[in-house]
Design a protein around this ligand. Structure first.
Ligand code: NAG
Ligand code: NAG
Ligand code: NAG
Ligand code: NAG
Ligand code: NAG
Ligand code: NAG
Ligand code: NAG
Length: 426
């Protein structure tokens, strides 16, 4: 195998967005929408719920690994916020650019989508391939959600005889009839986009009032529409774009951007690591054979040597041995069953983590972006405890590079190949 060249993509970041959490930069103002942060106090543990969500999505059942520590007192509310679109935002421009706003301390990133003229805030999910939206046909009262109303759209068409049923792991799902409408994402328009208008969704989606549905950006071979699978928005729009690409520039605790059809050279520095994608499982999957902790030696990642890039998962879930090795270099870190993952005192400076993208490039995530959220206090010492953005995939044959990874880079989802490009963000 070819030796890794030391193309270190990203080590140093100023991350102005941490100190400027609300403002989109002046340059992109017209493309962004404003956020209103509202305290809600859902009582949910932030990091652990992100991990549970990822496990649920991929049907991962974690094995019990370790004992619970009695001296751990979980906090009950942290990072609770809601997003709302303001009234005065401009219509999207013709470049196919749309804001991606962090909610609940990077638990997810949400973007405005216009369906039949109705603006709905949704989650782009490169880890699934169904587009469905909270709609007025759902029997339950959807407090806090914006519902798409098909009868208010003159362009909506029911797809008679078609239905969808997407389930993420065992317990979360959405199912119901299917229709088409004009879908406009930041100026990139598909006239007849097929999407689910569920009559039933699971409780977890009802509770998540930050988002009103998913826009699946995986490959169409895992779309669940019956009797015939339908193409995703990205697949439909790709032929009419300048370049058949979608780029993600996610910003921790801030407003980033998804763009369609263009690779904006002002958004990254240096080269693009371009790796071939295997789409046979429906995911943006590629080889990631090696890793390195804090610039140390490159080690084999193990027999599961591929990963998927998933905008719809908050954390980075890696092979257990890799995760163990990482936290062996984090002083006073412990694995706690009750929160399902590794925690450490919040004042700990986390090491950087490098992962090979293909066989020629190493993408390095700075330690400060791996510090995911506060999770509790140590009842013995009174120290605040934090939850790591790198956690175990519980022995699954899949590693998931979620937002913890993606927000460290400028990432190009490229239909040519297909392939994935990773570069250092500006
Ligand atoms: C709490 O602090 C004690 C003493 O430093 C330590 O032994 C224990 O592992 C800590 N617990 C957690 C959950 O970090
Ligand atoms: C949408 O339709 C409902 C009735 O189906 C109506 O009450 C409501 O005012 C309509 N909203 C808009 C924005 O037209
Ligand atoms: C969706 O699929 C699940 C099992 O995969 C099934 O239990 C459920 O009844 C289905 N829902 C609909 C509306 O078909
Ligand atoms: C990844 O693992 C497979 C078998 O598990 C192996 O055939 C392949 O050579 C490995 N790829 C790299 C780049 O190490
Ligand atoms: C880790 O994140 C927590 C919560 O966001 C923060 O309070 C803490 O200062 C961070 N730790 C470091 C070393 O930056
Ligand atoms: C973190 O805080 C604890 C208690 O306040 C202190 O004992 C420890 O030295 C600090 N660690 C670092 C790395 O600053
Ligand atoms: C990545 O590689 C593919 C071919 O494998 C090529 O078509 C595409 O243009 C490359 N993308 C970039 C951003 O260089």
């Amino acid at each position: 195998m070819q030796l890794l060249q030391s193309l270190i993509l990203a080590v140093f970041f100023s991350y102005g967005v941490l100190s400027l959490p609300h403002g989109p930069s002046g340059q992109h103002k017209a493309r962004s929408f404003k956020v209103a942060r509202v305290r809600r106090g859902t009582g949910e543990l932030h990091g652990p719920s992100a991990l549970r969500k990822a496990y649920r999505k991929y049907g991962i059942v974690p094995a019990k690994l370790n004992i619970d520590l009695a001296d751990f007192e979980p906090i009950t509310t942290e990072h609770t916020a809601a997003v709302a679109a303001s009234d005065d935002d401009s219509e999207p421009d013709q470049t196919g650019a749309v804001s991606a706003t962090s909610v609940e301390g990077d638990a997810e990133f949400v973007s405005p989508v216009i369906i039949g003229g109705q603006k709905i805030v949704m989650t782009f999910d490169t880890g699934s391939s169904d587009f469905w939206v909270m709609d007025t046909r759902i029997q339950e009262t959807l407090t806090g959600h914006t519902e798409y109303n098909p009868s208010n759209s003159t362009t909506f068409k029911e797809m008679a005889g078609y239905s969808f049923n997407v389930s993420y792991g065992d317990s979360s799902y959405a199912a119901g009839p299917v229709g088409t409408d004009v879908v406009n994402i930041g100026g990139a328009i598909v006239q007849n986009q097929a999407f689910g208008i569920p009559t039933e969704v699971s409780g977890s989606f009802v509770e998540d009032t930050n988002s009103n549905g998913l826009v699946g950006m995986g490959f169409s071979n895992i779309n669940t529409i019956q009797p015939k699978a339908q193409d995703t928005f990205f697949a439909n729009v790709a032929p009419s774009l300048d370049l058949p690409v979608m780029t993600a520039a996610l910003k921790s605790d801030g407003v980033g951007e998804f763009e369609f059809g263009t690779i904006d050279q002002s958004k990254y520095s240096g080269g693009i690591a371009n790796v071939s994608v295997d789409s046979s499982n429906g995911y943006w999957e590629f080889v990631t054979p090696q890793y390195s902790v804090n610039g140390g030696e490159l080690k084999s990642i193990g027999t599961v040597n591929t990963s998927i890039a998933d905008t719809g998962t908050s954390l980075m879930l890696l092979n257990e041995d890799v995760v163990k090795d990482y936290y062996s270099q984090v002083p006073k870190s412990v694995y706690v069953d009750s929160v399902g993952g590794y925690i450490y005192p919040c004042n700990t400076t986390l090491p950087n983590f490098g992962i090979a993208i293909g066989t020629e490039s190493l993408a390095t995530i700075p330690g400060n972006l791996i510090n995911f959220s506060k999770v509790g206090t140590n009842t013995t010492t009174g120290e605040s405890l934090c939850y790591g953005g790198i956690q175990s995939n519980a022995g699954e044959s899949l590693q998931i590079l979620g937002d913890t990874f993606l927000k460290a880079f400028y990432v190009i989802f490229d239909m040519r190949g297909p392939s994935l490009g990773v570069a250092a963000p500006n």
